[in-house]
Ligand binder design. Structure first.
Ligand code: PA5
Length: 423
């Protein structure tokens, strides 16, 4: 179970914050009372119950499909951008085994010829499957990925190429029509889920299953978190605590939220979190700027700014209470001035660094919200995804923005399409 421990600066008034929470409890209750299937105001809430697109039958179906791919594949290329790949990537980069499993590679994320050239060269001798994922198949990046990988697969597999080309799109979409016409295996991108909320659907779960990762454990985590968040309608509901704290601090003049952690396994989770909050809240000239950092590495770059730069930061620290692995520092047979480390474990050292960082940041005027994970496993990861999705829903309501649209990303697209001669 996740827990929140606020470590506030001396200027923080608990009484003020309690009043702020009281004034915004209705936003928590609104989220708790939302009925995704009957609430006609929203067509974006298919993720809210978890089960709708990730029930036991669907998980079995996805696992069976994944087993078929695993029987022959060396590589699965996910072609998708933004919400169409970030969550799967976060899980796969954190949990995939290096050996003996299908390697997952990412395309449709950029427009670089150098990237594609290198990728196609690397894949020449491999057994390749591709999953083109696009809710709106007009998006340029996955479109380019499709245009590059379809001929690649045709050349490699001749008439059988279609069996290597999965597509994940909405029912009734152009992508589904293409799948029917060409014989591509089709997976569902739910019409009532936006990309950044799509981890517990075919979008995220199929690639994760192909990577040999237990999707049931992941989904169970989300279900557990949903039950926990639905059951508590008070100020200490953890998603509400987080959403209200960050908005309270935003109101006090904080404009940047750093998501910090001391575990590189969380790197791509940080990217997913950045997208979730940036696209959900950054509109109508509002929203905290999200910035995910990996410590201790980023302490040697951004650490300076956090300690002594402008005081507009708040920090949310993901703390893993019991890491999965450990290593001891052995005694050294040369004089290297690191004898003080002998016998200590990396986990102990990492935890000392973490505590020191939190104390130093807090003392410099950066309020820190500690978000504790008992351990880093698939179930906790599932909890964490759902926690932030639920929190951004509450947070968007507090901020009075629609967390489910992203109208701002259209501006450059129109100019780009004009530049490219799109009719
Ligand atoms: O979260 C979102 O909705 C976006 O980030 C989309 O996932 C992203 O723009 C890709 O969209 P599409 O799947 O339509 O290509």
């Amino acid at each position: 179970m996740l827990t929140i421990t606020p470590k506030m600066t001396i200027n923080f008034s608990a009484t003020d914050f309690a009043a702020y929470q009281q004034a915004h409890l209705e936003q928590l209750h609104q989220v708790q009372q939302t009925q995704p299937d009957t609430d006609l105001q929203h067509n974006d809430l298919g993720w809210l119950t978890v089960d709708k697109w990730a029930d036991a039958t669907q998980l079995t179906h996805l696992k069976n499909l994944a087993t078929q791919v695993q029987a022959t594949a060396d590589v699965l290329v996910i072609v998708g951008v933004g919400g169409s790949n970030q969550a799967a990537r976060a899980v796969i980069e954190a949990f995939a085994q290096q050996h003996g499993q299908v390697k997952i590679i990412y395309a449709g994320t950029n427009l670089s010829a150098a990237y594609y050239q290198r990728l196609l060269n690397d894949l020449a001798e491999q057994e390749v499957y591709v999953d083109v994922i696009a809710k709106n198949f007009a998006t340029l990046e996955p479109g380019i990925g499709f245009r590059i990988f379809k001929p690649f697969l045709q050349q490699k597999y001749g008439a059988n190429y279609a069996q290597h080309l999965f597509v994940t799109g909405t029912r009734g979409s152009h992508l589904e029509q293409l799948a029917q016409a060409e014989g591509y295996p089709f997976l569902t991108f739910p019409t009532d889920i936006g990309g950044r909320f799509s981890v517990f659907s075919d979008v995220g779960l199929f690639p994760i299953a192909v990577a040999g990762i237990d999707i049931t454990a992941l989904v169970q985590g989300a279900q557990t978190m949903r039950a926990q968040l639905q059951a508590n309608n008070g100020g200490n509901n953890p998603a509400f605590q987080y959403a209200s704290l960050r908005n309270y601090l935003h109101q006090q003049g904080k404009s940047v939220e750093v998501l910090g952690h001391f575990e590189p396994q969380l790197d791509f989770f940080g990217r997913w979190w950045t997208q979730l909050f940036a696209e959900s809240e950054g509109k109508r000239n509002k929203g905290l700027l999200p910035l995910a950092l990996t410590y201790s590495e980023d302490l040697h770059s951004m650490g300076q700014y956090i300690q002594q730069g402008q005081r507009q930061l708040l920090e949310t620290m993901l703390v893993i209470d019991q890491p999965r692995h450990d290593l001891s520092i052995q005694a050294s047979d040369v004089t290297d001035d690191f004898d003080y480390l002998t016998g200590q474990t990396l986990t102990q050292i990492n935890q000392v660094a973490e505590k020191a960082t939190i104390t130093a940041h807090q003392a410099s005027g950066v309020p820190v919200i500690e978000l504790h994970l008992p351990k880093l496993d698939l179930t906790t990861f599932g909890e964490l995804f759902y926690f932030f999705e639920y929190a951004v829903f509450i947070s968007g309501l507090i901020l009075e923005v629609d967390p489910f649209n992203q109208p701002g990303v259209e501006a450059y697209k129109q100019l780009m399409f004009t530049g490219l001669g799109k009719k």
